[in-house]
Design a protein around this ligand. Sequence first.
Ligand SMILES: Nc1nc2c(c(=O)[nH]1)N[C@H]1C(S)=C(S)[C@@H](COP(=O)(O)OP(=O)(O)OC[C@H]3O[C@@H](n4cnc5c(=O)[nH]c(N)nc54)[C@H](O)[C@@H]3O)O[C@H]1N2
Ligand SMILES: Nc1nc2c(c(=O)[nH]1)N[C@H]1C(S)=C(S)[C@@H](COP(=O)(O)OP(=O)(O)OC[C@H]3O[C@@H](n4cnc5c(=O)[nH]c(N)nc54)[C@H](O)[C@@H]3O)O[C@H]1N2
Ligand SMILES: [Mo]
Length: 647
Amino acid sequence: MRHRGDEVGPLSHGFYTSGQLFLEEYYTLGVIGKAGLGTPHMDGNTRLCTATAAAAMKESFGSDGQPGCYADVEACDALFLFGHNMAETQTVLWSRVLDRVEGPDTPVLVAVDPRRTEVARTAVRTGGVHLAPLPGTNVALVNGLLHEVIARGWVDRDYVDAHTTGFDELAATVEPYTPEHVAEVCGVDVADVRRAAEVFGTSDRVLSTVLQGFYQSHQATAAACQVNNLHLLRGMIGGPGGGVLQMNGQPTARNTRESGANGDLPGFRNWDNPDHVAELAALWNVDPMTIPHWAPPTHAMQLWRYAEQGSVRLLWISATNPAVSLPDLARVRRVLGDEDLLVVVQDGFLTETARLADVVLPAAMWGEKQGTFTNATRVVHLSDQAVDPPGEARSDLDIFLDYARRMDFRDRDGAPLIHWNDPESAFRAWQECSRGRPCDYTGLSYEDLRARGGIPWPVTEDRPDGTERLYTDGVFRTDPDDCEDYGHDLLTGGQVAPEAYRAANPAGRAFLKAAAHTPPPERPSDDYPFLATTGRTVHQFHTRTKTGRSPRLDRAAPRPWVEVSAEDAARLDVAEGDVVRVESPRGAVVVPVRVGTVWAGVVFLPFHYGDLGGDDPTAANELTVTEWDPVSKQPMFKLAAVRITKE
Ligand SMILES: Nc1nc2c(c(=O)[nH]1)N[C@H]1C(S)=C(S)[C@@H](COP(=O)(O)OP(=O)(O)OC[C@H]3O[C@@H](n4cnc5c(=O)[nH]c(N)nc54)[C@H](O)[C@@H]3O)O[C@H]1N2
Ligand SMILES: Nc1nc2c(c(=O)[nH]1)N[C@H]1C(S)=C(S)[C@@H](COP(=O)(O)OP(=O)(O)OC[C@H]3O[C@@H](n4cnc5c(=O)[nH]c(N)nc54)[C@H](O)[C@@H]3O)O[C@H]1N2
Ligand SMILES: [Mo]
């Protein structure tokens, strides 16, 4: 190390965690970071995953918190999947959708995906619509749907007047997005845009889901907010069958966001609201100035930048494998390999990242430890320990508690800051922190969860059975004293000042925030004529630490590939199985071709494959770009310019 530890302060400590630990573990880590060390440098891989879901709900509704629930699948008349390949990525939920679309009283299915995925095929087969926008044009597409809903008189005026703010600006912004204009920008059929808008505008109960085709693409938050706007214009939030699911990917991404392990203040508190900071200072019995709140929390991409620049000297990575999952891997390896950076990796396996670490802490995984987790629709579950962890592995909670003990973090009266010592006592500490907030857990106990199964928050003394849907009364969490964020300009990411927010007090109305389409930052060029997008296959989970060890799953998809259109295959003179080199300005992979149903000029690569032991690089993130959404700061994994040559 360049300096001794006592010469640098808490700002030299950075934590990069996950969407796959338990709530109790995140909360403990959050308190260590915010009240023990006092570092703002903490985020989860949820930044790569559901940061935009959170951001879109904050911008539209004032706070994170899923409005709807999965029972809406059974109750809807139409189902829109925006950038969501549910058939491969949420197979259990998809089986519920199939029960509907293959049964009587079929809902109309609309798929918005540049590829003809299984979702898209099912939509077309069952009389729905497949809109295949060019990657990076989501805002234009949804603006087109908004344009039609307004122009054709499908707006629920009473709802909009009573429960929203911003209609005039939204109407003015979407005015130029006629179906013809949208067809041109997005490369879709005019009639399909009209038809999809009509389905949205004339169905009584529309359920929408939004996922990575929006969150990891260009103008992520802006696009996700336009889906919220469609629902607000139609007055379809909070009622059975009508609502939006800003989805989650990882099992506990929701908990990362609730507990503050993603950098936000726990309990959806607003870092820019001194009263919220004071509440936490009182709860933890620390000086409010210990809790970092002088600037927005450090997002993951910035955290890695600080590590690269050398101001962060200790990077503690738990339950994520950034040497495969972050964009621009050559850069990530460079940062991890810097001998001035102390890298701690806490994982169940010796991953590509762990191999570059200075210290590896073997961790117990689910089934080997106890804790709670909350799904995308706010349903809290308890996961009990089934088996002992192998070897020296310890639960993440134990590791964090041990660290806190050795650091001897104290409160203002000299008592231990972390006063819990096992999952259940950690849960009780978290419950106090959640009291009165949107994610109120105070009415729950481990015993209840064990006896009754999943229960959706808020769960309080008055609402012991929890809350299936939020905003049923049309009152949103936008009051200035209550809201989680004062919001941003969707195009630039500029923050709304607290004074400006208070002056325009929305008083419980939802925001209809508008955005025009802008061209993506990375576009095909003469040198890199193709646009590469990335995503998943059903047989593999993420960086394969688990599915790669399951012989049947791994055999089904043992190697990466690049999917190209039939036209491009002919132009490149390659056939199914031929090996090609796919190269971007950042790096290259060498993979076989699959001839598929993407756009000409667009290719798709699965991102799962890190080190496969061969000589050729195979991880899609060798190619991707260090760019992120200005509001949610989620990296743009879905757009990279590449060239392809036959090997
Ligand atoms: N089998 C499996 N299941 C998983 C996972 C896994 O790794 N494997 N991971 C889990 C996690 S953490 C997550 S976050 C979810 C993700 O679940 P999904 O979001 O469904 O998965 P992706 O394949 O990343 O992206 C979805 C689709 O976005 C499309 N797309 C690309 N660019 C654009 C664009 O510009 N516009 C539009 N409209 N669409 C675009 C792609 O063609 C792709 O089909 O899956 C979860 N489930
Ligand atoms: N190009 C491209 N890149 C992407 C994406 C994409 O679509 N395209 N998607 C992004 C998304 S949405 C996501 S969510 C990320 C996922 O990226 P990662 O988080 O890197 O993926 P995982 O392989 O799930 O890594 C989780 C790690 O945690 C370990 N682990 C599991 N449970 C525990 C536990 O209880 N304790 C500890 N300590 N360790 C545990 C696993 O062994 C594994 O090594 O990838 C992102 N990267
Ligand atoms: Mo994810």
